[in-house]
Design a protein around this ligand. Structure first.
Ligand code: 4NP
Length: 179
C-alpha cells in the first residue's frame, strides 16, 4: 500500500494504456463507491476526458446487490450537484483483469479485494482512495451507513478531494488530451 512515491510509480506502470478504467469499491456499493464513481465522472466530463477514462463501482459484500444508491447518500450528493445512479453489484476476481486501477474506500475493503489474489498478481492495481487526498489527512473514507447526515456530507467532501487528486495523478502520469 502506497505512500505518495510508490503510488506515483505504480500509476505510471498501470495506466500506460490508451484508456484508463477505474473501479471504486466499498462494502455495500450503495453509499461511498457510487458517490466516488459519480464525482469522478463529473470531473472527467469537466476536463473533456470521457473518451479516455471510465468508471464503475462495486461492493465487497453481497447484501445490497441490485439495490439503487442509499437515499441519504443520494440526498447529500444532490446538494453538491452530483447525481448518483446504478445498481449495486459485488466485486469479483474478473474485475482484476477488467480494470486498470481499483480504489478501496477503507482498509477492510482493501484486504477483502485482495483476498482472492493469493499470487499477488494484481496488487499493484489496488489503492486506498485516501492515498490521493491532498487536503484531508484521513486514511480511509468512513462508512456512513449507521450514522447521521453529517457523515454522508463528509463522505462527499472527502471523495471530492480524493477524486481530484486521483484525476490529477492520472493526467500527470499520462499524456491525456481532452476533447
Ligand atoms: P457503503 O456503505 O459500503 O459505503 O455502501 C454501507 C452500506 C451498507 C452497509 C454498510 C455500509 N450495511 O451494513 O448494510
Amino acid at each position: 500500500m502506497g505512500g505518495c512515491f510508490s503510488v506515483a510509480g505504480t500509476l505510471l506502470r498501470t495506466c500506460e494504456v490508451m484508456t484508463c478504467k477505474l473501479l471504486f469499491v466499498c462494502l455495500g456499493n450503495i453509499c461511498r463507491s457510487p458517490s466516488a464513481e459519480a464525482i469522478m465522472n463529473s470531473l472527467i466530463e469537466q476536463k473533456g476526458l470521457t473518451q479516455q477514462i471510465s468508471c464503475d463501482s462495486a461492493g465487497t459484500g453481497a447484501y445490497h446487490v441490485g439495490s439503487p444508491p442509499d437515499r441519504r447518500m443520494t440526498a447529500a450528493a444532490k446538494v453538491q450537484g452530483i447525481d448518483l445512479g446504478g445498481k449495486a453489484r459485488q466485486f469479483n476476481s474478473t474485475d482484476f483483469e477488467q480494470f486498470d486501477l481499483i480504489l478501496a474506500m477503507d482498509q477492510e475493503n482493501y484486504r477483502n479485494i485482495l483476498l482472492p489474489d493469493a499470487a499477488k498478481a494484481y496488487r499493484h492495481k489496488v489503492f486506498l482512495m485516501c492515498d490521493f487526498c491532498t487536503r484531508h489527512p484521513d486514511r480511509e473514507v468512513p462508512d456512513p451507513y449507521y450514522g447521521g447526515a453529517e457523515g454522508f456530507n463528509y463522505v462527499i467532501d472527502l471523495l471530492k478531494d480524493a477524486c481530484e487528486g486521483l484525476l490529477d495523478k492520472i493526467v500527470g502520469d499520462r499524456v491525456l488530451v481532452g476533447d
